[in-house]
Design a protein around this ligand. Sequence first.
Ligand SMILES: Cc1ncc(C[n+]2csc(CCOP(=O)(O)OP(=O)(O)O)c2C)c(N)n1
Length: 636
Amino acid sequence: MNEFDISQTRFLKDINYPVDLRKLNLMDLRGLADEVREYLIDTISKIGGHLGASLGVCELTLALHYVFNTPEDKIVWDVGHQGYIHKILTGRKEALKKIRQKDGISGFLKRSESEYDVFGAGHASTSISAALGIATARDFLKKNYKVIAVIGDGSMTGGMAYEAMNNIGLLKKDIIVVLNDNKMSIAPNVWSIQNYFNDLMTNDTYNKFRSKVWELTEVLDKKHSDRLRRVAARIEGGLKGVITPGMLFESLGFRYFGPVNGHNVVNLVKTFEELSKMSGPLLLHIITEKGKGPSYAESHPQKIHALNPFDKSTGIEFKKPSLPTFTKIFGEALVELAKEDNKIVAVNAAMPDGTGLNYMQKEIPDRYFDVGIAEQHAVTFCAGLATEGFTPVAAIYSTFLQRAFDQIIHDSALQKLPVVFVLDRGGLVGADGATHHGVFDLTYLRLVPGMVIMSPKDESELRDMLFTATRYKRGPIALRYPRGNVFGVELGKMKQIEIGKSETLKTGNDIAVLAVGNMVHNARTAANLLESEGISAEIVNARFVKPLDREMLFDILGRFSKIITVEDNTIVGGFGSAVSEFAVQHGYKNDILIHGVPDRFIDHGKPEELHKDLRLDAEGIFSIAKEFISKKILHA
Ligand SMILES: Cc1ncc(C[n+]2csc(CCOP(=O)(O)OP(=O)(O)O)c2C)c(N)n1
């Protein structure tokens, strides 16, 4: 397929900011949409990234920046993974070529990156709350810009969206919510309200009735037209015998418009022009196709949510890893265990493939649940299942489980309910960056009384830990492992691991390195490097961050004056903190160096680049150990 050359485009070559866009004739937006799509596909095919969502909002993004006076008017994007076209149109056309790469722009919205990125995102369902905050501040400041939140139907499965809408109904602020309905989350969406939409969109009589009412009431003044439209909506609800989504939103205080075709850019512009003249909370429901454009994307919207570099004529990714991922090992092991134990139930929050629960979904669908982007609900749902003797396995990315902190404490741990938490993407995740790194979990889980926290050094230990977790009945137990491919070690029959027992991998005399999870591998390699310089390091695979292996710690603290702890978690309150607290509480005065992710947010980059920068790779651990031994440093 041909290289895409921006200089040969009719419109895109001259578009750098929304002001340039606004100089175009309305009809030219169609041609521009084609060019933007082509540029997006060409760029992402070379470097990888989120594709489907941005292709789906191409016309919407053009229409919003065309009609509204951005950045004075504020667009708040939910999640932000659909923001690539927004970035192209707001000064980052060239920068798109380095999106998600080290020192390049972020794959999500980021306030520090552009004044057009009004509100940072990465996690779902925040846009309506943020937009309401902005609108409330605007009114305090007596300004009159527009505030528009764009939220997908997937993100509408998150409870926070309803908390925000409920609040908007009370505050009655001028705000426009665009509901981008493509029936997809990453996987097909699990939104019950979708059924109402499906009803609506296929019901011809309803659509005719509705447009007739709008036409008839167009000529009336606002007070009378509003009243008539409400009466009509009630009649229509009665006729259909169901509550229509329009009524759902209207009962929350919104005026509901739609559904309209989100790929007709000309109509979208006209609709936004109309909406911009209205006041109060407005909700525009648009229908789009995730992956709109290339046929492979339209037919596989789930696959093209995010991609490695790919062939742009077929959508097929170039690089297929030879080793499986930790995710796959977990997913398959869970099926193995669930086949033996019919009390095991698997729960995920809108990430069946990402968490590896797609294997359960396929093999044992009646004990598989996707609850939507609803991590809080997922955890309490699991706690409920546990009260009745089930073994719920909540498979949630480390970063997204942050959402359910109170549910972990209040609903699971406090009641000693045995929920198994499986946290994929623990540690530095790479290209998704600061919003997605799983570097807080060891800390936020460690402070929960009674919580057991494990992290495997490799895939075989992951299986054993899962086996152990599903048999543990004394309370919540968590298992955390990284993104990416496994080491390729041999897999045996799953077996029980003693709770709180570490594993010494190498004995030594000069320094002890206590490592957690995938850092064990790097620590081991560092020990070999140290050995070649005549430094003898003892290497311990901690296995458990809680409870700590007291016997091992007494032994290590007794034998070594210098100890390094290594974890790909924040150094605040994680494994190293636990070891230091233990030492202090028992009156030891050893030098303990806590090595991990520093106490700041870490940007995107390849995991290996980030590990190198933060000295968490083998070389880094090796050099830190040397400096520590020679007393150059007391902390990393
Ligand atoms: C709290 C949280 N959980 C999970 C995710 C992972 N995630 C990213 S995008 C996405 C689907 C969003 O669907 P939707 O809002 O409909 O947007 P679309 O991709 O369809 O445009 C999910 C589940 C997330 N970003 N935040």
